[in-house]
Write a protein that binds this ligand. Sequence first.
Ligand code: ADP
Length: 300
Amino acid sequence: KGPDPDLVAIAERMATVKHKILILSGKGGVGKSTFSAQLSFALASLDFQVGLLDIDICGPSIPKMLGLEGQDIHQSNLGWSPIYVESNLGVMSVGFMLPNPDEAVIWRGPRKNGLIKQFLKDVHWGELDFLVVDAPPGTSDEHISIVQFLQATGIDGAIIVTTPQQVSLIDVRKEVSFCKKVGVEVLGVVENMSGLSQPLTDFKFMKAGEHGEQVDVTKAVLDCMREKAPELLELVAFTEVFDSSAGGAAEMCREMGVPFLGKVPLDPQLCKAAEEGRSCFEGQSCRVSAPVLRGMIEKL
Ligand code: ADP
């Protein structure tokens, strides 16, 4: 039996991609897609040629975050063309292929695997420094396929995104052991939503009124600061949201012998930008991923 023609086609397609990084999470909703997008923007800002591939079939959120919903994919004789959000950042998502974003995708394994295969085979990325692959949450059949397809061409490794809560960390252990089993290097773990970081000027200050009602005193507080201690307006307040006494992801990484890449705080501006489809490299996004990114690039 000769080599699998699909794997050969994927290998040919991926021959122009230097680094392939898989972004994984144990659970949905921990910020895997947000991190994938921010990492891609941050790499693009360093002048790398970057591709962001979203293969989360049951919940592709990249098109919404980037304000690309309803975009049509164009096909040429070279393959499907990614949508460019920066001149050096192309995006492809299974979301572009689904007829109705509100409809649940209930597909069996083989059909999902077929689509993933097609995505790896048919997207015309051209020369890329990095392909960031936003995978579905968990460790299912799809993950085994993705890894198998990418391994045919060499994959740099996986970054696992988690929140600091125990429920999420337990699942990270499963992701780490999955990676070990299938032979994918864990480039590191990112602790997302790790505390709340907010400029003081973004806070709303409330006070109990005479009848127990909440009175907004924000303007008075900020005016007072502006007058008495304007330097306070520069402060960023940091709040530990989840119980971190057990050491969070950093401690778990130490135990499991995998690198800890860093913490990304909950950032209301980032969340708002994603909701409004304005995720981009301006504003908060760069600040959020820069320290995490440095650690990762050093590893590559
Ligand atoms: P996942 O891909 O793991 O399912 P998402 O990236 O879609 O998770 O994030 C889930 C929600 O949390 C989104 O509304 C997103 O904007 C928000 N979010 C993720 N990370 C952060 C963060 N660091 N600060 C604020 N909001 C965030």
